[in-house]
Design a protein around this ligand. Structure first.
Ligand SMILES: [Zn+2]
Ligand SMILES: [Zn+2]
Length: 127
């Protein structure tokens, strides 16, 4: 059980960034420092899951299978060559910054509403 260790690493990583604003429920907005311990654990777990998602850079020339997806539906901007992107299990892609922020609030794909964690958790269990 390395759970405590993981959590420690997460909090070290989080300290390096400016304090982000989280939304534990849609009606609540609080700074990370004002969260309860339980909420902090849940957020650390979620950050761990998000970091588990595959990422890459947008390359329209090489990636023929993603031809149809040219626009990030979160910020409505076209992908530009070299943009950092993240792949969801449903094969939709988004800017890494956009989707990481989105997933902290809702753990579903903003295009198809496919739950992201279901696929991730099943891949954890096979390890
Ligand atoms: Zn975007
Ligand atoms: Zn999707």
């Amino acid at each position: 059980m390395t759970y405590g260790e993981n959590l420690q690493q997460q909090s070290i990583r989080m300290e390096q960034a400016p304090v982000p604003v989280y939304h534990p429920t849609p009606s609540q907005t609080r700074l990370a420092t004002q969260l309860t311990e339980e909420e902090q654990i849940r957020i650390a777990q979620r950050i761990g899951l998000i970091q588990h998602l595959p990422k890459g850079v947008y390359d329209p020339g090489r990636d023929g299978s993603e031809k149809k997806i040219r626009e990030c539906v979160i910020c409505m901007m076209d992908f530009v060559y070299g943009d950092p992107i993240r792949f969801l299990p449903c094969m939709h892609i988004y800017h890494m910054d956009c989707i990481d922020d989105w997933l902290m609030r809702s753990f579903t794909c903003p295009s198809c509403m496919e739950p992201v964690d279901a696929a991730l958790l099943s891949s954890y269990e096979t390890n």
